[in-house]
Structure formats: C-alpha cells, structure tokens
Design a protein around this ligand. Structure first.
Ligand SMILES: [Zn+2]
Length: 411
C-alpha cells in the first residue's frame, strides 16, 4: 500500500491552512515527495503543551523561546500529517493516592487532546483505525491518533484500559522511567524480571481490545515477554539502536530482528542522551528541572506575566547551557540510528518516533519543521517512494491494523 496524499485541497485549504508553499516543494524532488507522503510520528508529547495557559496550537512558536517543537504551522511546514499524541503521565508513588491522582491527570490529558481536535475541526481530526489516516490526510487535516505513555494511571484496575479505548486510545505503553505495577523499566533495576502478573493482564486486554502494545521504555525482559504473549505485532514507538549507542533505552539487533520477523516496527527516537553519551550532571538536571517547573506550573498569571516568565526561563536555559555545557547529538547521529535499523531489517519495519516535546530533537533537526531532511537523506540513499511511504506511516498503520484484526471483544 503506497500512502500518498491524493489531494491537499479540502476544508483546511479553503480556510487558508494549506500545506507548504508549492514553490519550495517543486524546487526539490525529495521535498516534494516528502510533502506527498503521509508522514506520521508515533510519539508526540505535544499534548503537554495544550495545558499551558495561553498556548495556542494554531500559532507558530519558536523552540528557543518556549521550548515547544510541534504546532499546526510547523506540522504543515514539516509535512507531518499527524501521529500518536501521547497521554503521558510521569511515574509517581505506587500508592492508592498516587494512582488516583495519575488517573485524573491522564483523563484530563485525553480530554485536552479531544478538545484540540474539537476546537479546530478544519485542522485536526481524531483517528481510530488505520484506514482513517488516508481519508483525513486527503481532506488536508492532521491525523490525531492517541496513545498512552506509562500505564501507571490505570492503577490496580486494568479494565480502565477499556475506557481509554472508548476515548480513542489505540496504543498502550506500559512503563516509563521507573518500574511500575505492570513491569520493569529499561532504566530501573529489575524487580519483576519482565511483566508483573498485572502487566500480563494488561497485555492480554490490550490485545483483546485491538490496541497496539508499545515496548518503548520497557526492559528487555518486558519486550521479550510482550513478544511471546502478544497475538499481534508490537511496536517500539520511540526507541533507538543499542548497536549504535549502548543505552538501556535502546534495543539490540537480535531483538529488532525478532520484532521485525513478527511484523512489528521500531520508530527511531531523537532523544539526545539515548543517541550519544551524555555524562550525568545532577546539578544541571536540578537547575533545568526547576526552570521547566516554572513553565509547567505558572500559577495564576496575567498574559503579560506569563510572557515575562517565559523570557526568564528562556534566559535561564541559555545561562544553563553555558554553565553546564552538554554534548548534543546531531542530525547525522540520528540518521545513524535510522540507517542502522533500515540496514538490519529493511524499510518495512522502521519509522519515526522523535519524542517531540518530550525531550527529542538534535542539532540540525530541532523541531518538526525540519523532518523533510530525513526524506532527503533516505532518497539520497536510494529508498523508493513506496519504501518511504512505509517508513513514514504505512508500517505503523500496518501494525495498528494487525492489532485491530487480532481483537477479541468489542470494547
Ligand atoms: Zn518517552
């Protein structure tokens, strides 16, 4: 199946929200091809921006000023047709109170994603099944699938996953930076040695509902056990290659091959410290955490006060970079992970999950407007239009379709 945009005309174009200037597109065949393909990113942390007071997804923002990487104008410019918008919840205490607070936060985040689509019906549309992507792209709108990153908010009640399914969620990532009630994290000490009994229940219900199981952030043991138990192919929605950079958040070649052999796909992450060696610096992390906290919790502020806070934080970040310089991965490093996976398992099992607005971005590809560079590089390497159509969306949609076909019970 070759996924290209049949037309960019539609409601959005009529409202003056059309895609990138055709002059630019015509000037460069690879860029023009990029704009024709349906491009999806399987891990967008952009919903975190939606809760920021005064932040408007329809306006163009500048990464250095407000630290965001995705908005509607930049999606259009970068030819990103959509992707999986993540309902991300940070890992908190495994107590009844902690789980309830997380549950509420996750539902609010899901509501914010739906409100984004409802508030801008000419620009965004919620997608539920694989076939929705081509139809929505053809209408000139952005495709909004939803995913869960960290199932901690489900608490002890796995059946809550059904409610998220009803809200439109079609991909479920079990774990984040720390172990939780469902299994072990790639970045924590082994506790369950894979999935917990509840994690196995979650995998089974995810399969029954027709949701894609996502092993990014999970330990190798969780990956192996998900692979063993899942009736459908699974996904790594935002991961890198351990052979290129040895980090527990990345995955080794043997497992990438197993994933591909079962029909799955690895979507390559652009998160700095997973791509290259970044020596830990607790002081830097502390200062950065405090600055980001000011952004996330601005309290009751007038728009002018918010703008001043934003300027303060931006200046603080600049000072931080000077005082605690951090090695930064480049676009070339990112492409090393991409091409390694492509060489290993072929273009039917690799895609893009850049972790935009969640710590992704590299020197030379700082926000979503820059992603046509990936297509340019792959065209230079000889990848064909149909291979690139798979890489940019077809592979993830194939996995979504397979999960849907393997479902058992209506939600
Ligand atoms: Zn993540």
């Amino acid at each position: 199946m070759i996924l290209t945009r049949r037309t960019v005309l539609g409601g959005a174009a009529a409202a003056g929200l059309c895609k990138v200037s055709p002059v630019t597109a015509k000037a460069d065949p690879a860029r023009s091809l990029h704009q024709r393909l349906i491009c999806l990113d399987t891990h967008l942390d952009t919903p975190a921006s939606l809760a920021r007071p005064g932040w408007d997804i329809m306006r163009r923002h500048v990464r250095d000023a407000d630290f965001t990487q995705v908005d509607y104008p930049r999606m259009v410019e970068g030819g990103l047709d959509g992707g999986f918008f993540a309902i991300y919840t940070p890992q908190g205490p495994l107590t009844p109170e902690g789980m309830l607070a997380a549950r509420d936060a996750a539902f609010l985040r899901a509501m914010e994603i739906r409100e984004m689509a409802a508030a801008h019906p000419m620009a965004f549309e919620l997608a539920l099944v694989a076939e929705d992507a081509a139809r929505i792209a053809a209408s000139g709108k952005r495709i909004v699938y939803q995913s869960i990153e960290n199932s901690y908010p489900l608490g002890e009640d796995v059946s809550l996953l059904r409610v998220f399914y009803r809200l439109g969620v079609r991909m479920v990532g079990f774990i984040h930076f720390k172990n939780n009630q469902f299994g072990d994290s790639a970045t924590d000490k082994p506790q369950w040695h894979g999935l917990s009994p509840k994690g196995r229940e979650l995998a089974a219900l995810g399969n029954d509902l027709g949701m894609v199981l996502d092993a990014s952030h999970a330990s190798d043991d969780v990956f192996d056990q998900m692979m063993e138990t899942s009736r459908a192919p699974i996904i790594l929605s935002h991961s890198g290659c351990r052979a290129v950079h040895d980090h527990p958040r990345n995955i080794d070649d043997a497992r990438i091959k197993k994933l591909a052999a079962a029909g799955g796909t690895i979507q390559i992450n652009s998160y700095n410290s997973y791509l290259i060696d970044v020596p830990p610096d607790p002081e830097r992390d502390k200062v950065r955490g405090a600055l980001m906290q000011r952004l996330r919790n601005p309290g009751d502020q007038t728009p002018a006060q918010r703008a001043a806070t934003m300027r303060d934080v931006a200046a603080g970040m600049k000072a931080l970079e000077k005082r605690y310089p951090e090695p930064r991965a480049t676009f070339e490093t990112y492409m090393q992970h991409v091409t390694h996976a492509l060489d290993l398992v072929g273009p039917e099992h690799v895609g893009v999950g850049c972790d935009w607005d969640g710590g992704g971005g590299v020197v030379g590809m700082e926000d979503v407007a820059a992603i046509p560079k990936i297509t340019e590089q792959l065209v230079k390497l000889g990848y064909t239009q149909s291979q690139l159509a798979g890489f940019w969306g077809g592979n993830a949609l194939r996995v979504l379709q397979a999960a849907h076909e393997a479902r058992k019970t209506p939600a």
